[in-house]
Ligand binder design. Structure first.
Ligand code: ZN
Length: 471
């Protein structure tokens, strides 16, 4: 039988605030075990929460990046369950009044709707020591601010799911609210998946696959589930509603527990945390902090600047790169040559020497280097060499060119003399050119350039040769 695949995602993203959501402890990946904890975030009875304002602001920014409606009123609730990574036996989350709702993100022209985004605290981490046969608890992660992005079941394939998650990661990273490093767990994804007979209106029974930590495993886990569930349905049996875990080594999912429903958690408003109210003005101020997002930049690069899509994508791999390029073309608007100097030469240097978050030269200096070639002050080879010096030493391109004798002096007299000679020596070619056979121009240009040598740039030679041939 043929089936339709129905997928919804729940993406957990850690907000990159300096401190945790309900206490002043720092949040940092890879710190010494249990070194970033206080009474609050290690769940001592009686410890009271104090809300981190920045975390709420970041959640609003995330919502704006994902085209959500921002709710000026939101509130925190307690989600009750016990697990050793959360010893106070409840997680503070937003159930009844989430901060954002009704958003969407477009993946390859298709709108994937976002039901809601809510804010919550992360739990600690259990480390299972197989050698000693014990589990150890690290509460450093406890109380780190999280947002949970919940989609509608609009996704219909493994590929679409991982593309959506990747787009979310991209947007959050650009907005600076989450570093979205799946390998460090700052972005994690749960997948809800069910199958139904093709064309059927009724939804099938779903399985939830927890904590996928790479885009690849999102895809693999979904592909495995489609196969597993369709085999069950083909046999005429029923899929069990349950939570499953994905094993990265063998590519299979295994049952963890039967799925809880919302009522199992006995949500109720947290009496220790006042509701959150944003005024119109506050929301407007926060909206100003949302940068141009990757998709918007892509549209500008390809539609307005005329860059090939592949080049646009390369410039967008890092927000830093895209910002630098944007600044540079603002100063000198040769979009294509700036992009190709960036993609071909600068990326090669980054590849060879690395990039530590900052270039030694400014966008204005980069723009100047592009313009120097256009003005015929340097050759293409010199431009490449100068960029190398800029990258490693961080000096002005003009200073470097002067110091190293790379400026073309443009000896106009020599150019004119050479052109006169070439015209005298090649009357037939000149006649052909004048009668409209333009391809001989290259030949005449080559002859002149050979005579001129390095004392003028090709663009100057070309300019004077065209003039002379028109006379
Ligand atoms: Zn703390």
């Amino acid at each position: 039988m043929k089936y339709d695949v129905v997928i919804g995602l729940e993406i957990h993203a850690e907000l990159s605030t300096q401190s945790k959501i309900f206490c002043g402890c720092a949040q940092q990946f890879g710190a010494e075990t249990n070194s970033l904890c206080c009474a609050g975030c290690s769940s001592f009875p009686g410890a009271l929460p104090l809300l981190n304002k920045r975390a709420m602001e970041y959640a609003v920014i995330a919502g704006l990046c994902l085209n959500c409606k921002i709710n000026s009123y939101s509130a925190f609730d307690r989600k009750n369950y016990f697990y050793p990574d959360l010893p106070k036996a409840y997680q503070v989350s937003q159930f009844f009044y989430p901060i954002c709702s009704d958003g969407y993100l477009e993946v390859k022209g298709k709108k994937i709707r976002i039901n809601r985004i809510h804010v919550e605290e992360d739990a600690g981490k259990l480390i299972h020591d197989e050698y000693l046969g014990v589990s150890l608890a690290d509460y450093n992660r406890g109380g780190v601010p999280l947002i949970e992005i919940v989609t509608e079941p609009d996704i219909t394939s493994a590929e679409e799911a991982s593309e959506f998650a990747e787009m979310v990661a991209y947007n959050l990273r650009y907005a600076g609210v989450c570093d979205a490093k799946m390998e460090e767990g700052s972005l994690r994804c749960d997948v809800n998946i069910s199958l139904k007979p093709q064309g059927s209106k009724e939804l099938g029974v779903r399985a939830e696959i927890k904590n996928l930590n790479s885009f690849k495993s999102i895809e693999r886990a979904i592909e495995y589930e489609i196969k597993r569930q369709s085999e069950i349905l083909d046999r005429g049996e029923k899929v069990k509603q349950e939570t499953r875990r994905f094993n990265d080594n063998n590519g299979r999912t295994i049952p963890m527990r039967s799925k809880e429903e919302a009522e199992d958690y006995r949500y109720f408003p947290d009496p220790d945390i006042p509701a959150i109210l944003f005024t119109e003005e506050q929301l407007k101020e926060i909206a100003k902090k949302v940068p141009l997002l990757p998709q918007q930049r892509f549209d500008i690069y390809t539609n307005q600047y005329g860059l090939p899509p592949a080049d646009a994508k390369l410039l967008l791999t890092k927000k830093d790169y895209s910002d630098f390029y944007n600044e540079s073309v603002k100063i000198y608007n040769n979009y294509k040559d700036t992009a190709s100097l960036f993609i071909v030469e600068l990326f090669r240097l980054i590849n060879d020497y690395g990039y530590d978050g900052e270039f030694k030269f400014t966008p204005a200096q980069f723009a100047k280097l592009v313009k120097m070639l256009d003005d015929g002050k340097i050759t293409k080879a010199a431009q490449k060499a100068i960029l190398g010096y800029m990258f490693n030493e961080g000096k002005d391109p003009e200073d470097i060119a002067k110091e190293r004798g790379l400026i073309i002096e443009n000896d106009i007299e020599a150019v004119q003399k050479a052109i006169a000679e070439v015209i005298a020596e090649n009357p037939k070619a000149v006649e052909q050119y004048k009668s409209g056979i333009e391809k001989v121009f290259g030949f005449l240009m080559g002859q002149t350039a050979r005579k001129v040598g390095k004392s003028a740039s090709p663009s100057i030679i070309r300019e004077y040769l065209i003039k002379a041939l028109q006379d």
